[in-house]
Each structure stands twice: as C-alpha cells, then as structure tokens.
Design a protein around this ligand. Structure first.
Ligand code: HEC
Length: 115
C-alpha cells in the first residue's frame, strides 16, 4: 500500500510532462512574422523571468547561467525554449501569447547587444 503514493507521484510526473504541448510549426511560422518590441518585452520579463534570470539576464543560481550563451540561437529555438521549457528547471510558459514571447525574446537580445 505504501507504494500507492509513489505510483501516483510517478503518474503525475509523466502526465505533467505530457501536458506541456509542443508548439505547433504553424504557430512558429506566424510568430516569426511579428517584430518583437524590447520595451514591451521588459514588462513580460520582469513579471515572469527576472526571478531566475535576474535583472540583466546574468542568472546566478546553480542551474541558471547567463542568458547570453543562448543568444546565438535562432528566434524559433528561443521561442520553443520559452514556450516548452528547457532542462529540469526552465519552466514552460505554454500559455504565453506569440506577441509576448517575441517581445521577451527581443528584450533578452537587447540585454546583450554590442557585447
Ligand atoms: C524557475 C526559474 C526560471 C524561470 C522563471 C525562467 N527561466 Fe529561463 N531558464 C532557467 C534555467 C535553469 C535555464 C537553463 C536550462 C538548461 O539549459 O538546462 C533557462 C534557460 C533559458 C533560456 C535558454 C534556452 C536555451 O535554448 O538554451 C532562455 C532563452 C530562457 N531561459 C528564457 C526565459 C524567459 C524568457 C523566461 C520568462 C518568460 C524564463 N526563462 C523564466 C530557469 C528559469
């Protein structure tokens, strides 16, 4: 009987992962036509991301390195990372709108411009 709790936990983890929808290719294609606005992205970032990635994207915690190393990636890859999550600790912002996601990507890029 004491395994019941463990089994339930296991199932929760499995279904919890399955519940994160993959971003549809059509959504990506449409989102890539939007132009991210850094000033709008700052608001999204400060509300959702600053806790882990810190003010300038420098990170600091054990699992959170600087965002700078992700900046060579293409917008569509960053888009997927934000909406689907990454690794063990980067949460999936699956409900973030395409506009907010593109804005926050533009803001992250602006943090490292010219560096
Ligand atoms: C709970 C902490 C946490 C929050 C909140 C968080 N992140 Fe992350 N993020 C991480 C960690 C940890 C990683 C490193 C993941 C890895 O590569 O394993 C990461 C990685 C990333 C990456 C790099 C992905 C890649 O492909 O290398 C991007 C871009 C990113 N986060 C953007 C965001 C944005 C935008 C937000 C807010 C909407 C956000 N993060 C909120 C913890 C967080």
């Amino acid at each position: 009987m004491r395994y019941r709790g463990i089994c339930l936990l296991f199932l929760l983890v499995i279904f919890g992962c399955a519940a994160i929808p993959k971003v549809a290719d059509t959504e990506i294609q449409e989102a890539m036509r939007l132009t991210g606005v850094p000033a709008a992205g700052k608001v999204v970032y400060e509300k959702n991301c600053i806790y882990c990635h810190r003010e300038k994207g420098e990170g600091g915690g054990v699992a959170v390195g600087t965002l700078e190393r992700a900046m060579p990636k293409r917008d569509e890859d960053l888009y997927r990372a934000v909406k689907e999550g990454k690794g063990d600790w980067m949460p999936a912002f699956s409900k973030m709108t395409p506009k907010d996601t593109m804005d926050v990507i533009a803001y992250m890029r602006s943090l490292f411009e010219g560096k």
